[in-house]
Design a protein around this ligand. Structure first.
Ligand SMILES: [Mg+2]
Length: 232
């Protein structure tokens, strides 16, 4: 084994995205209410999020897609909006933490992967700015680990469940798929890594309900992945 990829939300962090995302949208839209009517803002943000999810242009980062679809069509001033986004992630995003913490096994899994000399990758869907990912890593108490790559919207060109998302990480770190394990709680977005030959572990603690369930090499509580990594 060369590397272990870890999803964040619902895998290492005990955050249910369906509970979190509406609160996040509400707080962000209210924060920027003086610039745009909150309901309109939410529609608009979801439109740009969809554009990032559907981006297949390897020349464009997700942030570039966001900037193009969020600002240009509405004739919005980037200079007016963007600093406010940045301020939101610095000052207000941390307040969305209602007591989240690490899923049992998170620390041990990273620790044992490091001990074995494997690269560790934070393979969270790159829809967020780096600041918002680092903050959630602090909630999970994993911000001290030396990740080889943290996937954020500034530098990634694809999103899950596009297999090219995983391909991009493999290329950047020069990894073989069959020597890589993806650990995640989403039977579609995380297990799609298997299409490239990456080994997969479905973490069931906060499993995402999906109609479509892709095959996993391993399934269990996050805690169970510790001995799997140990024995690689
Ligand atoms: Mg997840």
């Amino acid at each position: 084994m060369q590397a272990i990829f870890f999803d964040l939300d619902g895998t290492l962090l005990d955050l249910d995205i369906n509970e979190f995302f509406p609160r996040y949208l509400k707080k962000l839209s209210q924060n920027l209410a003086d610039l745009m009517e909150p309901e309109k803002f939410v529609d608009h943000l979801l439109f740009s999020t969809k554009a990032m999810l559907e981006n297949t242009n390897p020349e464009k980062t997700n942030k570039e897609v966001f900037m193009e679809t969020f600002f240009a069509p509405e004739g919005l001033e980037v200079e007016e909006f963007y600093p406010r986004f940045e301020k939101f992630y610095q000052n207000d995003f941390p307040l969305l933490n209602t007591g989240y913490g690490p899923v049992p096994g998170a620390h041990e899994a990273l620790e044992v992967a490091m001990k074995k000399g494997f690269d560790i990758v934070l393979a969270t869907n790159p829809l967020f700015p780096r600041e918002a990912v680092l903050e959630r890593m602090r909630w999970a108490k994993i911000d001290d680990f030396p990740f080889a790559l943290i996937s954020t919207y500034e530098h990634m060109h694809f999103c899950k469940p596009n297999p090219q998302y995983f391909g991009e990480i493999l290329n950047r770190l020069d990894l073989s798929p069959e020597k890589t394990l993806m650990v995640g709680n989403d039977p579609l977005e995380d297990l799609i890594a298997g299409k490239l030959g990456i080994k997969t572990f479905l973490a069931e603690d906060y499993i995402v309900e999906r109609k479509e369930q892709l095959p996993a090499d391993y399934t269990g509580k996050l805690q169970d992945v510790v001995s799997i990594i140990e024995n690689y």
